[in-house]
Design a binder for this molecule. Structure first.
Ligand code: ADP
Ligand code: MG
Length: 470
């Protein structure tokens, strides 16, 4: 610590918080405070506003000596970030203000927090310890929300993790971007390691494997490279579509796989498409990759997207109302990664402004992010229909079945299906959990009624126009 060396500047104003040498200080040093305030002034006009507000504004000068300045920051992240991104600017400021090249150091206000933040591995527990598996502790089965889209893939992954090399070998998971393949792949590793921490597990994206191979070729250490992979109990190879056009890598993967397979070790692959659809993949590799179980992971339906959002919010110790979750889930359909991105923005906006998480806030936070920006959401359609028929939203979603209510409900189902292209199941869900056959019947009925009942047709046209206007 800076103060322990007793080298604090003599010219510094008298410190009311004087203490015995070596004891931690309880308050900042006025000299340091003044100097740092000038540094901040200097930097304010030189770096972008957002960067300044985020990283520099929350800092304070803490202590200054002849050759060093200590700055107080909220936590270790700030220290790392400022050192990496603004070190040169700060130095320039210090030299121009004080005429000295002071050595900069940081003091985290939350010391314990800082220690853990600085070492990411400490906050992401690794079930198997740091054994080189390269697994992220967050990717577990318990953190994975299972929907119809992923039920089979999850079951297969789980059973592989329980019985390595026995159940399905290799297991090949494929699906679109951001649908949870990497999550499931790593969950297998994490689960296997909790069962047996001594297992040799290794997760590697095909791209990294490629770089390792190139390096091995350059360094003439191919044998070592091979050896590293051949001793594994479980190899998790992510994104094998990357093998396209890389014959040498395909060859290596083929040999590694054969070796592991002969030794009874488990291999799991992921890809954005099934083996036979990966162009230019050698036939023998295609047949190897597909020789075990090939399962797809599909996009989650509305109900699963809602559940994922709520779970992710809960992991952040925040609660998301059903209405807000539904609002976001109805707009972001393509990938769970995007869904996560939206949630992060919503939570950030709520915490930065201290506002409650409402649909309006969600709309503000996700503006410009959504798949179809002008897409009306399910809640709005249900509300507009209720309004047009003089019934309440609760009634529409509830079980009561008067003639008027039944018709209004069918129209709402029809509109959700036609204007938002929701699946039958999603429509049912949006209306309080009605069965998909009920929805199918409703859509067909309204389609027919529109031809004979002109008054109803006009009503629907008005509703549709209103919906599209937003
Ligand atoms: P992929 O590898 O298919 O591109 P990822 O596994 O990286 O997708 O998933 C993207 C993000 O979405 C990850 O943060 C992952 O934890 C999350 N995710 C995907 N599917 C689910 C799910 N069913 N439940 C919880 N989180 C999920
Ligand atoms: Mg992935």
């Amino acid at each position: 610590m800076l103060f322990a060396d007793g080298k604090l500047r003599a010219s510094r104003p008298v410190d009311p918080d004087a203490r015995a040498p070596g004891l931690p200080r309880a308050a900042a040093d006025d000299g340091a405070h003044g100097l740092w305030t000038q540094v901040l002034e200097f930097l304010k006009s030189r770096i972008n506003k957002e960067g300044y507000e985020t990283w520099l504004a929350p800092t304070k000068g803490w202590a200054v000596s002849d050759d060093a300045l200590e700055v107080s920051v909220p936590n270790g992240f700030f220290a790392d970030w400022i050192s990496q991104h603004y070190a040169a600017n700060v130095r320039e400021a210090l030299v121009s203000i004080s005429g000295r090249d002071l050595k900069l150091s940081f003091r985290a206000r939350d010391a314990t927090d800082a220690a853990s933040l600085r070492r990411p591995s400490a906050v992401s527990p690794r079930p198997g310890g740091d054994n080189g598996a390269r697994l992220h502790g967050r990717y577990t089965f318990s953190n994975f929300v299972v929907g119809e889209n992923s039920r089979f893939a999850t079951a297969a992954a789980h059973s592989v993790a329980e019985r390595l090399g026995v159940a399905y070998n290799p297991l090949f998971l494929y699906g679109g971007v951001g649908l949870g393949k990497t999550h499931l792949l790593q969950a297998i590793g994490n689960h296997a390691l909790t069962q047996n921490p001594r297992l040799k597990v290794h997760y590697v994206p095909a791209e990294t494997l490629f770089l390792e191979l190139i390096q091995a070729i350059e360094k003439n250490s191919r044998l070592e490279f091979k050896q590293r992979y051949r001793v594994l109990d479980l190899l998790l190879l992510d994104d094998v579509h990357y093998l396209v056009g890389k014959e040498r890598l395909q060859e290596e993967v083929f040999h590694i796989f054969n070796h592991l397979n002969d030794a009874g070790s488990q291999v799991v692959f992921t890809s954005d498409r099934p083996p036979r659809e990966i162009p230019t993949l050698e036939d023998r590799l295609v047949s190897r990759l597909g020789s075990g179980l090939v399962v797809d992971v599909q996009a989650p339906d509305l109900e699963t997207r809602v559940a994922i959002l709520k779970q992710k919010a809960a992991l952040e110790d925040r609660e998301l109302s059903h209405e807000v979750a539904l609002y976001v889930a109805a707009r972001i359909r393509a990938s769970v990664r995007e869904l996560e991105g939206c949630l992060v923005r919503i939570l950030a906006l709520a915490s930065l402004t201290g506002r409650p998480i409402t649909t309006a806030l969600a709309e503000e936070a996700t503006r410009g992010l959504v798949d179809v920006p002008t897409l009306p959401d399910g809640n709005a359609i249900v509300a507009a229909t209720a309004d047009a028929f003089g019934v309440t939203v609760a009634d529409l979603r509830g079980p009561r079945r008067t003639k008027q209510l039944a018709l209004a409900r069918q129209v709402a189902m029809y509109l959700l299906r036609k204007t938002l292209s929701m699946s039958l199941k999603e429509v049912g869900y949006c209306l309080g959990g009605k069965d998909h056959t009920t929805v199918m019947y409703a859509v067909e009925k309204i389609d027919k009624l529109r031809i004979t009942n002109l008054e109803l047709d006009a009503r629907i046209l008005r509703l549709t126009a209103g919906i599209n206007r937003g």
